[in-house]
Structure formats: C-alpha cells, structure tokens
Design a protein. Structure first.
Length: 354
C-alpha cells in the first residue's frame, strides 16, 4: 500500500474538492517538559487508536472517485525524463568522533547520522522496491556492507516506505530501536530485544545521546485493519554538548514545527521532506511541498536544512527533479544563506565539526 491511498481520518467540518476539510490547525499549546523514559521498554497501556492526534481528515468517497478518475498518481513521460539527472554521488562515510555531527543521505528518508559518537539509521530502507511502488529510481547511496556498526535505529511511522521489514531483518536483534507508541509489538514479534517505545514529547537516552519523539502532521497504516493504531512523528537527537539534529520523518505543514523549535532552540540541522506532494488537493495534509518545507525550517528556527523524501521512489505525480528546483528557488526568495542549505546528492555526506 502506498501513500497515495493512505490518508488519515478525523471529524469533518466542511466539504471541499470532494472530500471533507479539516478545521484550522490549532495554535500551539506549550507542552510540559519532555519526559525521560527508561531505555529498552515497550508498553501495553497505549490507547487502541491514535486518531485523536490527527490534523487532517480521511478522504471521502468523492475524493477517492476523483483520484481514480484523474489517475494523477505518477508523473507522465515528461516528468520522468530527468531521472538520469537526479543527484547521485556516493562517497566514503566521513570519520566522526564523539564531538562531530555528520550526516549521509542513503536516499528517501534513510540517513546515516553520526551524533555523539553513535551511528544512527533513520527509517532505513535498503530494498530496491517497496510494496505497491515502482522500483527505486536511484540506487541506495551507501552499500549495506559499507556501514559501520549500527548503534541505534529510529522509526518515524509504519508506512512501507519508512518501515521496511527486509532491511530491518539485516540488523542484529540486539540493535537498539526507537519507535512510536503502539509500534513496539511489531518489533517484539520480530525478536528485537532492545525496543524503546515513546509517545510525543517523551525521550530516552543511549550512551549520552537523547532521543526525543516529537509530533508530525501525518498518520499511520500498514494493513486494512490498523489505521492509526500506532503513532507517527519525528525525532530530535541531542548529543552531550547540546547539539541537535531534527529528523522530521514524514509530515505535512502545520503548527507543530513552531512548537518543536520552541522546545529545541537553535536546532543545528533539520532533515525535512520536500517530495511526494502532487496532486496538492490529495497530499497537502500529509506531505510538505518545497515551499512549505522552507516555511517549516523557518518555523523551527533551525540553523541548517537538508532535504529528503525525494529522488528515490516515485510516490506521486510531480516531475522527479522538480522538488529540488522549487526548494532552491524558495530558499533564495526567503533570503536564506545558501551555505545553510545542505542539498546533498544521494550517497553524499556533510560534517559539522565541533
């Protein structure tokens, strides 16, 4: 199941474009300080559904009919012709000691983060193909056998392009895994023995690095019967010197970015999605477009941005190279320093030294 047909449900307020429209996003309400949880703990007291956390509605029958009628779920030939121009420049992983923050983009939402002396994978997808989606259009940026020992994995939510079972089977079962509320049992069933399950604004610490789960504007679904049974969100990783990298996971634009920025002032690097956004009437609630990603960056008050969630899988109908060109144009219009946009090719790295 791909994200073109994966959408959340919430109480409707009006009808627009053949689907129910959400109420305006509420103003941010300051949350209490993040709660530190024990490392390696799953819980059984989660609610049956997290639908009350949604900020967008489930499309109705009319919207589904419109999507089927328009068939706008993949680019046409003109939108695919730039596949050979997609940025792909694999290189060796940089050395990264405890005081270094380094990132390497493996493709889509998969990053190799070097933070606080740890090697952390985000939403690792090393498979050539995911369910219901054409094969990846760029290779994985880093060969699996070239990875250093993986110290931890963070998962943003359970959609197939972010939670890839074949990739996760490659990991040792004692790898520490940080997951959203309600998703721990998926890993326990697969015999992972070091799973930490967190709600929004909860955190746990591993070897001096703080892993905090933060909200996003998205939803969850993996089968026909589990809509919103687990939570969705992003991760703020902070090392012992206070430097923070924010991994947004998968998200639409909304009020949570300002709240995350208020709780983590001066984020050193924000990894933000810029692709899988067309048609907007269908995907705006769950995926930022490039201009919204720049707004999110500004709301966060982050120092640097690295784009992701494009140039890997064809999930929607925009031309494959358009996310990058629109992002660069929006960045320039906003008057932001060019050196703070880390628009990496797949497989490339950037280091923020101490």
């Amino acid at each position: 199941m791909t994200e073109q047909t994966e959408r959340p449900a919430q109480a409707p307020h009006s009808v627009r474009d053949g689907r129910t429209a959400p109420a305006p996003a509420p103003s941010p309400v300051p949350a209490p300080p993040s709660v530190l949880q024990p490392l390696g703990r799953t819980r059984t007291d989660w609610p049956r559904s997290f639908a009350d956390r949604l900020t967008a509605p489930l499309p109705g029958v009319r919207a589904m009919a419109r999507l089927a009628r328009e068939g706008a779920v993949r680019p046409g030939p003109d939108g695919l012709r730039d596949i050979p121009l997609l940025p792909f420049a694999p290189g060796p992983l940089p050395d990264a000691g405890p005081g270094t923050l380094a990132v390497t983009w493996a493709g889509h939402a998969s990053w190799i983060l070097r933070v606080g002396g740890l090697t952390v994978l985000t939403d690792p997808v090393w498979s050539r193909r995911i369910l219901g989606t054409p094969a990846r259009i760029t290779p994985v940026g880093v060969r699996w056998e070239d990875l250093p020992p993986v110290d931890a994995v963070v998962i943003s939510h359970n959609h197939f392009d972010h939670l890839d079972a074949p990739t996760l089977r490659r990991l040792p079962k004692d790898t520490p895994v940080f997951v959203p509320a309600g998703l721990g049992r998926w890993f326990v069933r697969r015999r992972f023995g070091h799973v930490t399950e967190l709600d929004w604004w909860e955190a746990a610490e591993l070897d001096g690095v703080r892993f905090e789960f933060v909200p996003s504007h998205h939803w969850s679904k993996r089968t026909l019967l589990d809509t919103c049974r687990s939570l969705w969100g992003g991760w703020a990783l902070t090392d012992g010197s206070g430097r923070t990298v924010y991994f947004a996971g998968d998200t639409g634009y909304g009020h949570w970015f300002a709240e995350i920025g208020a709780r983590h002032p001066g984020i050193d690097l924000a990894l933000l999605p810029i692709g899988a956004y067309d048609p907007r009437w269908w995907l705006s609630d769950v995926h930022t477009d490039p201009e919204e990603a720049v707004r999110a960056f500004q709301d966060l008050g982050a120092r640097r941005m690295a784009p992701m969630h494009w140039a890997t899988f064809v999930l929607s109908s925009e031309p494959v190279l358009e996310p990058l060109t629109r992002l660069r144009a929006a960045w320039d219009r906003a008057g932001l320093p060019r050196e703070n946009l880390w628009d990496l090719p797949v497989g490339a790295s950037r280091v923020l030294a101490p």
